[in-house]
Ligand binder design. Structure first.
Ligand code: UN1
Length: 501
């Protein structure tokens, strides 16, 4: 593939203008399927850029918070309409910078469309409560109040969808935004913000500061004028962000790692379960927070299931996501690929049986990309590191079990709690599993990936810190409740507690 001669240079977006960053270096956005292909150069920003962006957001907040929510929402609606028209172009550009196959990048843009429409609809809801007062001639209600400047730090695996999960609710609620997009995939986030600008968003309401975590993310998170922080990424970074927010009690939403499981019962439709495991485990090259990296299979069907799974995994075509024949794209970068390689070694040393894949692909069409074979370990002990730690790559561990109780114990025996799934035809088994699986999302007869935008998204344990995004639940993070009382009795009325006889 041709190498760009003069790479396009992209900028930060501050106060309605595209401006240079003040950092000396620039960040290269490269195609993970062909590292010779430079998508563009993005600013490596510093604290000075962050400060300018936060100042702009703080200033814009004064007007934006007073703009009626249905009017704020109309801009989101227009943005969604533009995204619909450009879906194919943005999907292609996303495959070039992120690597996942075109069908999946179309899905990523679609998720941004869905979220933007959904939050546009919230502009005419943003419901609070009205409720009777305990006193006569007194009215009581609660409303959602915006908070101020939201600092958003987003990952590379859903480079348009996840920024939209955070930006759209932040805006409809009346907050303004400074976004620090992932340095591996800044272009798709740029495209989303460009669309918002075209849809008529006033200057300063959304700002983008590109850069890495220490250079741009850290100053954003700790900035005293940033009133809320939302982060999706690793548990290690999430912990640092949580600690940074704690001293000032900054509102902080964290969406972190996962070690998601599919449980296959002996009464499951096995072919359906194999479909689910392949899609859940190898979709997005295993680089979803929701990816199924553990497949627990009932001993009665274990041999048959793993046989089918291995056959299917070996048949997957790995390559450039723009090629319609490709089933699975590359890892995002060398470091991520090295993590995959490291865990394959760990699995082998732990005594798990490697039965498919296990190697980096680096010759022929794969020579210039960060490719790895779809990899399966069988007979994995649930305590092994490959069954405990997030790998974020195309590696599945299958674990045999004998009873539902044992499967649930295996499922819950990890520090994470994002998504889980069970394949069974028994309604009692399904309901028991949905009750007992300790994850924020539970599927029956569907894989661990594929959450819809209008339901709460998030996890428990080391995956999250109690907040949810997506759906109306997101509004709880991006607003504070304000309780309003109106006394129209024209006299001092004491509350019931102050009126005790
Ligand atoms: C993520 O991997 O961080 O549920 C998000 C899913 C997608 C979102 C994944 N809708 O798989």
């Amino acid at each position: 593939m041709a190498t760009a001669v003069t790479p396009k240079v992209y900028k930060n977006y501050i106060n309605g203008e595209w401006v240079d960053g003040s950092g000396a270096a620039a960040i290269e956005d490269r195609n993970p399927a062909n590292r010779d292909e430079l998508i563009g150069m993005f600013p490596s920003s510093t604290e000075a850029d962050v400060n300018r962006a936060v100042d702009a957001a703080k200033e814009a907040y004064k007007k934006w918070r007073l703009t009626p929510a249905p009017k704020r929402a109309e801009i989101l609606y227009r943005a969604a309409e533009i995204l619909v028209a450009r879906k194919e172009d943005y999907a292609r550009e996303m495959t070039r910078e992120m690597g996942k196959v075109l069908a999946e990048t179309r899905g990523d843009v679609q998720e941004a469309i869905d979220m933007t429409y959904l939050m546009a609809g919230e502009g005419r809801r943003l419901y609070g409560q009205t409720t009777p007062s305990e006193l006569p001639d007194k009215f009581a209600m609660s409303v959602r109040a915006p908070i101020g400047v939201a600092g958003l730090v987003t990952p590379w695996n859903f480079p348009m969808a996840i920024p939209s999960w955070k930006i759209a609710p932040a805006l409809v609620c009346g907050n303004t935004v400074v976004l620090k997009p992932a340095e591996d995939t800044p272009f798709s986030s740029y495209n989303y913000v460009q669309v918002l600008a075209e849809a008529g968003l006033p200057a300063g309401v959304v700002n983008v500061v590109n850069g890495d975590g220490p250079g741009a993310g850290a100053p954003l998170v700790k900035h005293r004028d940033v009133g809320l922080v939302s982060f999706t990424g690793s548990t290690e970074v999430g912990r640092i962000i949580s600690e940074t927010c704690a001293p000032t009690f900054k509102k902080c939403h964290l969406e972190m790692g996962g070690k998601n499981i599919i449980i296959v019962m002996d009464d499951a439709n096995l072919d359906l379960a194999v479909d689910g495991a392949i899609w859940g485990g190898f979709g997005t090259t295993g680089q979803r927070c929701t990816a199924a990296s553990r497949i627990a299979v009932h001993k009665k069907v274990y041999a048959e299931f793993t046989g089918k799974l291995i056959e299917r995994a070996k048949a997957l075509r790995v390559g450039d996501g723009l090629d319609p024949k490709t089933d699975m794209g590359p890892s995002i970068n060398e470091q991520q690929l090295q993590t995959v390689i490291k865990y394959v070694e760990i699995g082998k040393n732990e005594g798990a049986k490697l039965v498919a894949g296990g190697h980096r692909l680096d010759s022929g069409v794969h020579a210039r990309g960060w490719f790895h074979e779809p990899t399966i370990f069988i007979d994995v002990n649930p305590r092994m590191r490959i069954a405990q730690e997030e790998i974020f790559g195309p590696v599945i561990s299958t674990i045999p079990f004998s009873t539902l109780d044992e499967a649930i114990e295996i499922a819950n025996g990890v520090v994470y709690g994002l998504s889980s799934s069970i394949y069974t035809r028994n309604v009692n088994t399904a309901y028991r599993a949905q009750r007992d699986l300790e994850t924020g999302i539970v599927y029956v007869n569907a894989p661990t990936i594929g959450a819809e935008t209008h339901l709460p998204f998030g996890g428990i344990k080391n995956t999250g810190n109690g907040h949810r995004e997506s759906g109306p639940a997101a509004l709880d993070f991006y607003t504070e409740w304000k309780s309003l009382y109106i006394d129209y009795s024209d006299k001092l009325q004491r509350a019931q507690i102050d009126n005790a006889e």
